[in-house]
Design a protein around this ligand. Sequence first.
Ligand SMILES: NC(=O)c1ccc[n+]([C@@H]2O[C@H](COP(=O)([O-])OP(=O)(O)OC[C@H]3O[C@@H](n4cnc5c(N)ncnc54)[C@H](O)[C@@H]3O)[C@@H](O)[C@H]2O)c1
Length: 250
Amino acid sequence: MVAEPSVVLIVGGAAGIGKAAAEDRLKKGDKVVFTDINEAVGKQLMEQWQAQGYSATFIQQNVTSWTDTEKVAAKTIDMYGRIDILIVSAGVTSQQRLEDITYKQWCFTLDVNLTGLFYSLKAVIPEMIRNGGGNIVIVGSGSAITGSGGGIHYATSKGGAFGLMRAVADQFSDQGIHINLVAPRVIATEMLDVLYPTEEAREELRQKIPIKQLGTLEDTTNAINFLASEASRYMQAQVMLIDGGRTYLT
Ligand SMILES: NC(=O)c1ccc[n+]([C@@H]2O[C@H](COP(=O)([O-])OP(=O)(O)OC[C@H]3O[C@@H](n4cnc5c(N)ncnc54)[C@H](O)[C@@H]3O)[C@@H](O)[C@H]2O)c1
């Protein structure tokens, strides 16, 4: 029996981890709605993927806007009648010390990384429950555990994501909401280039990782797919580190 394609909503799908997850899902035959604040890249990817015969829809969204987020959930339901999988990957980072972080920068990071996540969960979970449940994978960060790798505002926002996930699980675990979080560290994406802009800096970083390799987008996609599937049904409200051993081994 051929499995029915899943309806997958990916928030922050125009680059990095979200884009890789979108591409992988399309290749598996799923119906993918992906969003991003970057309209130009999102539209270009949609055209490219549609031309390859894939079921890809891009919707421009600023995750800090509740109106945008409600619209994304409503449009996805209009198109497909359900959302089986939600992956929230949109995020921002900047490497700054406490004394240099302005109130504006603090609010911006918290708004995108934490309020944006709250809005996505608030918009999508009721729709999932109406359809008997769904799988949610949050892209968090190991920074929430170590405090390093992106500044105090970033680690705080990612720590908030852990609590938010657990509170959501506390409320909805008995209503078919399967929710977990992947916590990548040092995955080679544009975000990593922001923090480690030179090859020298990246090599220095590589040497600090126990397995001496940076993570790849395939590593994150594999973990996301596992957490979004029935194979992980008995894992709930968990943090899965994708870190080459960096967090617990020194
Ligand atoms: N790359 C890593 O090593 C790493 C490590 C830990 C955690 N993460 C987390 O993984 C997630 C994805 O990171 P990435 O490495 O793919 O980064 P990326 O910069 O390549 O992609 C992030 C995407 O989010 C989008 N985005 C930013 N602000 C937005 C907004 N307001 N509304 C909608 N979209 C917005 C960007 O346009 C971009 O397409 C982030 O939440 C990040 O914190 C990444």
